[in-house]
Design a protein around this ligand. Structure first.
Ligand code: HEM
Length: 211
């Protein structure tokens, strides 16, 4: 077996199931949410069968997504603390786009960490605004102007999250070998050495050219 084909475990089965629950809920919510947002997308309510069902089910799926994401938050928050090196990575993103990695990257790079915190912020805003606007259970406790502001915040944070997830998926597809981490749970030594050299050294104890 070539060294480049040796594998490292990046995510266990529980982590992958957790991630895909979030992803499936997100897709269902984005489709049904866009249907409520703009009349031209109304037909998308069909994702839950009928418009009425979509309106009833959407908030419950939202709660499932937030709970599953909360599990991800507690698993990964400590890996996503932003340091000086991540700021350098973010400032050099043009170089990264050319395919040249910048710095001695650990488990996640500056872009992934920034994305993680955008996801966290959007989830919190979506949850709070969604509960305030949730008829018939909670909206009755709030005055109409507050519900209107909540709906504005809900739509804005959903659009930011949708745009962010497009980038997240694009990056996962663009960096060859990354999808495998979330499907099979493993990455090659070559992938880890190239994209996350410090993490590679930590898990294997091997040198990578960075010190
Ligand atoms: C819909 C299609 C999606 C695909 C194809 C996808 C793909 C991936 C892949 C390949 C990774 C592993 C990256 C690595 O280890 O370097 C990952 C990590 C992750 N994904 Fe996704 N993902 C999707 C949706 C989502 C959604 C909707 C969320 C949450 C809103 C999400 C949250 C995360 C988080 C929190 C991580 C761990 C990264 C970190 O902690 O910084 N993903 N995803």
């Amino acid at each position: 077996m070539k060294t480049s084909e040796k594998l490292i475990q990046r995510y266990c089965a529980a982590e992958r199931i957790n991630h895909w629950i979030v992803a499936v809920c997100f897709v269902l919510l984005a489709i049904s949410g866009l249907a409520f947002f703009y009349p031209a997308f109304f037909w998308l309510t069909g994702v839950f069968g009928t418009p009425q069902l979509a309106r009833i089910v959407h908030p419950f799926v939202g709660v499932v997504m937030v709970l599953a994401f909360a599990r991800q938050f507690f698993r990964y928050a400590h890996h996503n603390l932003i340091n000086k090196e991540d700021v350098t990575w973010m400032m050099s993103v043009k170089e990264v786009m050319k395919g040249n990695e910048v710095g001695d990257i650990g488990r996640y790079n500056g872009g992934q960490k920034g994305m993680f915190w955008v996801m966290v912020l959007c989830m919190i805003l979506l949850l709070v605004s969604g509960v305030i606007a949730w008829r018939p259970y909670f909206a009755g406790y709030f005055p109409i102007p507050i519900i209107r502001v909540a709906l504005l915040v809900h739509a804005a944070s959903a659009l930011v999250l949708i745009a962010s997830i497009i980038v997240h998926v694009y990056a996962a597809l663009w960096v060859q070998g990354t999808i495998r981490a979330m499907v099979e749970g493993v990455v090659t030594h070559a992938w880890a050495r190239k994209h996350h050299p410090r993490w590679f050294r930590q898990v294997t104890g091997k040198e990578t050219g960075h010190s």
